[in-house]
Design a protein around this ligand. Structure first.
Ligand SMILES: [Zn+2]
Ligand SMILES: [Zn+2]
Length: 327
């Protein structure tokens, strides 16, 4: 500490306290990264019911989205690049300095990059990262700027941008109005959801089926026939929820498309696992349909016996309660 700093801390005890706490803060961050590495290595978060390390750090430890991401990035990168790990452990590189280079550091460029990260300002190191990997220079980010609006930041390949502009032109032409990029994205997204979202499809099909059931008194047999054809036609392409990849037994009967649509509607295409604090798993991808009561124990393909689970929670169900589950 030079003289002026000494004067500052004597004259301003609050500043002195802040300095002390900042030192503790940096030390604790480093310690936390070390612990997270172990939790990651032994997959302890799964045993606690979290689908991912991110979910554990964010929900289980109650840390913000951005802090969770940087702690995990730094912890995983420093496992892969030993030089980064030792620079952090020795305290010569802070976590906030480390997180700036995680997207581009390799064991080949580690020494040079760590040396730069220690001395360069944030702006300078961002430029350096952009030079090494232009995509990493703009990390994808979505953050709320009001209750109903989100700022989305990402970089795109030039070709994708050209196509986006092309769709924008076409949409302006089609609607004969000015169409900005947000409107263009809305059109593309709506189109995709209508075509490929199993929850949306289920909603439409179940709605159609219920209308037909109401009108079916007059010609019941014909309606059932139409309905069956429709379900068969739609079954393969509509449902992206897979039945569990368990070995098929003889008594196992495929879940009908109508029931799958009902499961999609009820669970809204999201894992239904709820942890001990009552928080539902946020996973909406890699989903399975699981039988609460196994087929081998008399369980059936009824809506009540089926539940949507992500791969991780599905596996956990089978590992921790193998008696009570089957597929
Ligand atoms: Zn889950
Ligand atoms: Zn299962």
């Amino acid at each position: 500490m030079d003289k002026s700093n000494k004067d500052l801390s004597t004259n301003y005890p609050l500043h002195n306290k802040a300095l002390e706490l900042a030192k503790d803060f940096k030390r604790i961050e480093i310690e936390l990264v070390g612990i997270i590495q172990k939790i990651d290595a032994f997959k302890i978060y799964r045993k606690l019911g979290f689908a991912s390390l991110y979910e554990y750090v964010n929900q289980g430890l109650g840390l913000s989205e951005s802090v969770s991401y940087s702690l995990i990035n730094v912890s995983r990168k420093s496992m892969a690049v030993p030089e980064l790990k030792s620079a952090i452990q020795q305290g010569s590189l802070s976590i906030s300095q480390a997180k700036r280079i995680t997207s581009v550091i390799t064991s080949v460029n580690a020494s040079a990059l760590i040396a730069k990260a220690k001395v360069m300002t944030q702006k300078e190191i961002e430029k350096e990262v952009a030079r090494i990997n232009p995509k990493a220079a703009v990390p994808e980010r979505a953050r709320y700027i009001s209750e109903t609006r989100v700022e989305l930041r990402l970089s795109l390949k030039e070709d994708i941008m050209k196509n986006l502009r092309r769709i924008q032109d076409l949409e302006c032409q089609r609607t004969k109005t000015t169409c900005d990029l947000e409107k263009t994205l809305e059109v593309i997204i709506d189109d995709y959801i209508q075509k490929h979202d199993p929850v949306k499809k289920s909603e439409k099909i179940l709605h159609k089926l219920s209308l037909r059931t109401v009108n079916s008194n007059a010609n019941e047999n014909r309606q059932i026939q139409i309905r069956n054809t429709e379900i068969v036609e739609n079954s393969s392409k509509i449902n992206n929820i897979h039945e569990a990849s368990h070995p098929k037994t003889n008594q196992r009967v495929a879940i009908s498309s109508e029931i799958k649509h009902q499961v999609n509607q009820r669970d809204q295409g999201q894992c239904c696992y709820t942890n001990s604090q009552g928080a539902r798993c946020l996973n909406r991808r890699w989903l399975d349909v699981h039988h609460r009561k196994p087929i081998s124990k008399g369980g059936d393909n009824s809506l009540e016996n089926l539940i949507t689970l992500c791969k991780v929670h599905h596996r956990l169900q089978h590992e921790f309660a193998p008696e009570s589950v089957s597929g």
